[in-house]
Write a protein that binds this ligand. Sequence first.
Ligand code: MF3
Ligand code: CO
Ligand code: CO
Length: 312
Amino acid sequence: MSERPGRNDPCWCGSGKKYKKCHLAADRAQARSGARARAHRGSPPGATLAGRIAARGDARPWGERKILIKTPEEIEGIRRASQLAREVLDGVEEIVGEGVATAAIDRWVHDTITAAGAIPATLGYRGFPASSCISINEVICHGIPGERELRSGDIVNVDVTPILDGYYGDASRMYLVGEVSEEARRLVEVARECLDLGIAAVRPGHTVGDIGHAIQVHAEGLGYSVVREMTGHGVGIEFHEPPEVAHVGEPGKGPRLVPGMVFTIEPMINAGTWKLQILDDGWTAVTQDRSLSAQWEHTVAVTADGVDVLTA
Ligand code: MF3
Ligand code: CO
Ligand code: CO
């Protein structure tokens, strides 16, 4: 359940100011513009997919935006989009295999998302050319689907973000192809544990830093590294909203978690250095030392007493 503070209560953001002097006006304006944005983005009868894709995008620059507290109605909308993401990732399990080109997986993702009446958020997003990100082995994230065929031993992340009725759900999983080395299997498993530990740190009163801390301690304790330059993010009304959810952090630091916040947790865990490099295509992020990388992602909502994993 989403609860807004009273006008004279301390603001939910932890500023120490009264709510009316801090986020009250912004929350109201965003509730209104959120509704407007959805009406605008909704599918007018006969609208082409291309038209719908061209019509959307993150509305305002990052710096001008504040954390959105979602209403119960909005959370149900985000849950529906998130459940579509889950179904798509379940289906990918069936088609991943040796000899399958990543473009073929992407085509299936595209067709499944659009058949459900949704839009793949990545397609055309800042020029990204596909309906999913597919990231193999040393690719950390934002891999562009193409002619590369999956081979035995590959570890592969598939990341999908459907927009359904104007709401965004964002999730990714790892898939193992054929015979995978023990070393790669273990990395995939530890990345999954990192996501689970991050989720377990979500509850009102905790902070974004508590999430990053839980992940960092686990990964580094086992000798792995955590990617710094890419983070989780608020999600739901737009693709990438505040706050940034770093996967490293200090307990008690960062924005305070309050009911109605919705964001992703998507730790990228590397076998070697945490440093990354972006390839010449402008998107593909690889480990600087070409060591293996693994990532899992869920969209979660903060509830009155804990967490609701919307993409589970
Ligand atoms: N889905 C990715 C995320 O988890 C974002 C992909 S943005 C793209 O945030 F442009 F690369 F597609
Ligand atoms: Co994603
Ligand atoms: Co994300």
